[in-house]
Structures are given as C-alpha cells and as structure tokens.
Ligand binder design. Structure first.
Ligand code: NAP
Length: 254
C-alpha cells in the first residue's frame, strides 16, 4: 500500500458498510494512514471486532450501527459524528444491498424500494446532512462506491444495476452543484471483487468462467485493489478531479 499518511492523517472520515469486504479494506487503509474513521454496519456486534482492529492500528474509531435505508439510523449517525468530531472531511458511501436476482420486470416494488432506499436514498441523505459543514469549511471529498453494473446493464441484477446508475449520476450532479464550495464528488465502479456480496458468482464455475473470459487481466479483484483509488480520491492528490468515475474491473469494459 502507498503511504497516504501525509495526506490523510487527522482527516475525519466515514465509511459506510465497513464490517467486511471493500468497506473494511477502505476503513483499514484510512486507519493505517492516521485518519479518524467512523464505520457503519447494521449491527454493533459486527462493528465491534473491526473497531478493535482499527483502534489497534492507532486510529480514533467511531463504530455506529446504521441501516443505510433507515432515516432514523442516518440521523443518529449524523448526530453522533457531529457531537464527536463536528463534521467530516471524507464520506465514502460504500454500503449497498442486492437481495434478489430476478429480471427487472418481475422485481417487486417492495424489493425495488428496499434496494433504492439503501443504495440511493441513504447515500444522498448522508451527503445532504454533511454538506453544509463541508461547505462551511470550504472542503470535502465524497466518494461513492458504485459498480460497473451501473454503467452497463446487468440482467438479473436489474434493480441493483439501476440503483448504481443512479448513484453515478448523483455523483456527477453533485460535482457540478458543489464544486464552487470546494467539495469534490467522485465515484468508483468496481468489477468482480471477491467478497460476501459476490459469493453467488463464485459458487458456479460455469458463470464464473463465463464472466472471467471477458476480463483482460484474467482474474477477479480483491477488496485491497479498490483501496488505493479511494485514498487517492480522499486526498489532495486528486484536488483537480471531480464528477469522475474510476472503473476498477481488470479491464472488462475495454
Ligand atoms: N463485490 C463486488 O464484486 C462488487 C462489485 C461492484 C460493486 N460493489 C459494491 O461495493 C460495495 C461493497 O460491497 P462488498 O462487495 O464489499 O460487500 P460485502 O462484503 O457484502 O459488504 C457489504 C457491507 O455493507 C454493509 N451493509 C449491507 N447492507 C447494509 C445496510 N442496509 N445498511 C448498512 N450497511 C449495510 C454490510 O454490513 P452488515 O451486513 O454488517 O450490516 C457490509 O459491511 C457495495 O456498494 C457494492 O455494491 C461490489
């Protein structure tokens, strides 16, 4: 891992969905770089071991249970961070859900609403809560973890695919609207990364091989391979960059 210490030491960061996978890897990198890290997941029991790990790296950690789709949880998250740190420098909207694999035309509106409240409304609400503080300090970096499924349609993952496309457009709209206030907003679109989220694809050799044959690098990615780009976007190394999508997918869209 590159040394981001000079850049991220003391930064107040939030990583949603940090109990495992990509979010845990990002939170770990932030902690190693000297940042303060607020982490979320739905249950305190899942957050506690991660908080302990990050504290062991010397970081100041705020583990806060927050279901991304629940307005009261998001308000509690906001209030907790405000009372501890008075605001944020970096928001990583990473938490997301995809409870079904069904064609879009057969996806129930109940499931559609659940996916969108967690993957789209949740990130926007958190951004809306923290933006006034970022505007006052004249700086902030918002990083939305989207997906290549938000760029190209993913049949069978339709509602998820639409939610990630929404997050990508949200990124661009916010970049235009918030740039004058010194707030940058960028997104990362991972391809297939080995986590619990993607485990279904790993369980079918046929589907996995079919997917990987379109990846020029010939393999799937690991959560740690998303981290450097997030640190870059969180830091002043990307100070003249906003509204962009960094695709990290082994080249599958080439
Ligand atoms: N893995 C891939 O191939 C891949 C590809 C493209 C994009 N992505 C994106 O990368 C991000 C991270 O995914 P991952 O692969 O690291 O998944 P993961 O290992 O399953 O981790 C998901 C994280 O999100 C949390 N989470 C799930 N539902 C939540 C909710 N309703 N409210 C709050 N937290 C919630 C989970 O915590 P708890 O369960 O403890 O609540 C966990 O910490 C997601 O935005 C996903 O769409 C992943």
């Amino acid at each position: 891992m590159a040394d981001w210490k000079g850049e991220l030491t003391g930064k107040r960061t939030l990583v949603t969905g940090a109990t495992r996978g990509i979010g845990e890897a990002i939170a770990t990198a932030f902690a190693k770089s000297g940042a303060k890290v607020a982490i979320t997941g739905r249950k305190m029991e899942s957050l506690e071991p991660i908080a302990e790990k990050l504290s062991g790296l010397g970081a100041e950690v705020l583990p806060i249970p927050c279901h991304n789709g629940k307005p009261d949880d998001r308000e509690n998250l906001f209030q907790s961070i405000q009372s501890s740190w008075g605001g944020l420098d970096v928001i990583v909207n990473n938490a997301a859900t995809n409870p079904v694999m069904t064609p879009l035309a057969e996806t129930s509106i109940e499931v559609w609403d659940k996916i969108h409240s967690t993957n789209v409304t949740g990130p926007l609400d958190l951004i809306q809560k923290f933006v006034p503080g970022m505007a006052e300090q004249g700086s902030g970096s918002i990083i939305n973890i989207a997906s290549v499924a938000g760029i190209e349609p993913a049949p069978g993952l339709g509602a998820y695919s639409v939610s990630k496309a929404s997050l990508l457009m949200m990124t661009k709209v916010l970049a235009k609207e918030l740039g004058q206030q010194g707030i940058r907003c960028n997104a990362i679109a991972p391809g297939l990364i080995e986590t619990k989220f993607s485990e279904a694809l790993f369980q079918s050799k046929k589907h996995y091989d079919h997917f990987i044959q379109n990846v020029p690098l010939g393999r799937h990615g690991q959560p740690e391979e998303i981290v450097e780009a997030v640190c870059f976007l969180a830091s002043s190394a990307s100070s003249y960059m906003t509204g962009q999508i960094l695709v990290i997918d082994g080249g599958s869209r080439v």
